[in-house]
Design a protein around this ligand. Structure first.
Ligand code: ZN
Length: 255
């Protein structure tokens, strides 16, 4: 092909390519790459989550420009939250269920210190309401006192705080089946109830339950998102993925 192009045309093409390279380098220089770590304990059923919860959540974050997306788990060195890793991380997403007790207190303390003192964003998903880190950060028991029923109820997610950055571009949406966590949720009063929820129980009755709440904890931002039981493919849902992308951008510390 090149033999049909004049020398001048080839030089011009080269200049365009070089210009693009310079532009992209400038782009990176002015906007440092950010880093999100997606952590899950590795207990989700393989037929729903072949790469565990962290794999599905990380895939959903891929459209985020300028973000490095990393996964971590309990069996990694320092249980996936080493000092070195946390120090270069802007946002930590956490999903745990059966193995909360195995997370070492020293690792929890490192997360909590990074959130409170240095503004690490922390996003707890579903059964991570019982995670040691969320309990420490919020200073409450973080149980759902009304109980837990895995009956495949429908769930309508209602955007309550439409101006909140986590709600950007979203309308009310439905998850066809979910596990019900019943109020009251033992947490401090949230700064914002971004997402409310209405369950449609199997007997046709309705139940309200909060789905997306935010708090400021020290210098850090914390978001709890209630959907995400491991037998339902919630983290492949495009609306859920948009919630999480928005939440990551919102939770990142201001640099
Ligand atoms: Zn669950």
């Amino acid at each position: 092909m090149s033999e049909h192009l004049s020398r001048r045309a080839i030089l011009a093409l080269g200049a365009v390519a070089a210009g693009e390279l310079l532009l992209s380098e400038r782009g990176f220089a002015s906007e440092p790459r950010r880093r999100v770590v997606v952590w899950s304990e590795g207990t989700a059923p393989k037929n729903v989550y072949p790469h565990d919860i962290r794999g599905a959540v990380a895939d959903g974050l891929k459209p985020l420009a300028g973000w490095e997306i990393v996964t971590a788990t309990l069996s990694d060195p320092d249980q996936g939250v080493s000092e070195e890793s946390l120090n270069k991380t802007d946002v930590l997403i956490w999903w745990g269920h059966q193995r909360h007790g195995e997370v070492k207190d020293e690792n929890v303390a490192r997360i909590v210190r990074r959130v409170k003192e240095e503004g690490l964003g922390f996003i707890a998903l579903h059964s991570a309401h019982w995670s040691k880190a969320l309990k420490k950060l919020l200073g409450t028991n973080c149980g759902w006192k009304g109980g837990y029923v895995e009956d495949g109820s429908g769930l309508e997610i209602v955007i309550k705080d439409k101006q909140h950055p986590i709600a950007r571009g979203l309308s009310d949406f439905t998850l066809p089946h979910t596990e019900r966590y019943t109020e009251p949720f033992e947490c401090p009063e949230p700064d914002s109830l971004v997402l409310d929820g209405i369950y449609s129980r199997k007997d046709g009755s309705k139940e309200e339950s909060r789905q997306g709440l935010t708090w400021k904890v020290g210098k850090g931002k914390v978001f709890y998102f209630q959907p995400g039981h491991e037998t339902y493919p919630h983290f492949f849902d495009e609306n859920v993925r948009k919630v999480l992308r928005n939440a990551v951008v919102w939770a990142a510390p201001t640099k």
